[in-house]
Design a protein around this ligand. Structure first.
Ligand code: F6R
Length: 258
């Protein structure tokens, strides 16, 4: 079931924080699925503030799995997703390094790394709460349009659109890697609960197509329609291409039963 609510960026982050705090309080060994990119960063910042004020439960038993990693960046590159999540998640929440799992982007051993990541994920018991962003072309994680809907963790080529979109994190387009290691769509669908965030007009067509159109490999996010528990938080601009209005307002969103 997909629930869609309109919330501005700050409201969405606050709502997401409540889901996290609720999960951390219920489950000391919670498993979190982390996205990178810009959409979830405010959530990580807010959770970091709660951690700094000692308002979070004991997090020593939780673990987190990243969605993806660029292939071929030098170890420690500031824009590698391991580096980003170490800064934005591990450090802000005061966690140990071994509580974060990121697929390896070392291009000398990609096949075994994909298998090792799937094994670690399965061994964790599975993701309780998966955060997702969406690409302007409808990708989730780095599952680009045209790939199989049944995929598991694998290496993929980034589309030109995705490389252009992500050039803002690098000095120039040339520096954006051409490939990534990404969780597959089937891997993502195994999460217990999914929270997808989309902000800005550039996401409007992808979001509307994903949830109002057919399930198709041309719009990978559309596969989320098959998941039993997806919440989509969109700001007004990202909601602007929906034909089916009104959507829920975040104020009436029933978080109590989260
Ligand atoms: C990042 C990821 C990507 C992003 C997507 C949106 O780990 O998997 O799918 O979520 O590209 O990126 P932003 O949030 O920067 O618009």
């Amino acid at each position: 079931m997909v629930e869609i609510a309109v919330a501005d960026h700050g409201q969405a982050a606050a709502l997401a924080c409540r889901l996290f705090v609720d999960l951390f309080s219920r489950k000391t060994n919670a498993v979190i699925g982390l996205a990178t990119g810009s959409s979830p960063m405010e959530i990580y910042r807010m959770l970091g503030e709660l951690a700094a004020s000692n308002l979070l439960p004991d997090l020593s038993g939780i673990s987190a799995f990243a969605l993806d990693e660029y292939v071929g960046l030098p170890a420690g590159h500031a824009e590698s997703y391991r580096a980003v999540l170490t800064r934005e998640w591990t450090a802000r929440l005061g966690l140990r390094e071994d509580q974060l799992h990121v697929p390896s982007g070392d291009d000398s051993q990609l096949e075994s790394a994909a298998k090792a990541f799937e094994t670690a994920l399965a061994g964790s018991g599975g993701v309780d709460l998966q955060l997702l962003g969406i690409g302007s072309n409808g990708h989730i994680a780095f599952n680009e349009p045209g790939g199989p809907l049944s995929s598991r963790t694998h290496v993929t080529s980034l589309s030109e659109q995705t490389r252009l979109d992500n050039a803002r994190f690098f000095g120039s387009l040339d520096e954006v890697p051409a490939r990534s290691m990404t969780q597959g769509l089937q891997t993502i669908l195994e999460a217990e609960r999914i929270l997808l965030l989309a902000f800005g007009e550039q996401k409007a067509q992808a979001i509307a197509g994903a949830f109002e159109g057919p399930i198709t490999r041309d719009l990978p996010a559309s596969v989320l329609q098959t998941h039993p528990n997806v919440t989509v938080l969109v700001d007004e601009a990202a909601a602007s291409a929906f034909s089916r209005l009104p959507l829920n307002s975040a104020k009436s969103w029933p978080l109590q039963d989260a």
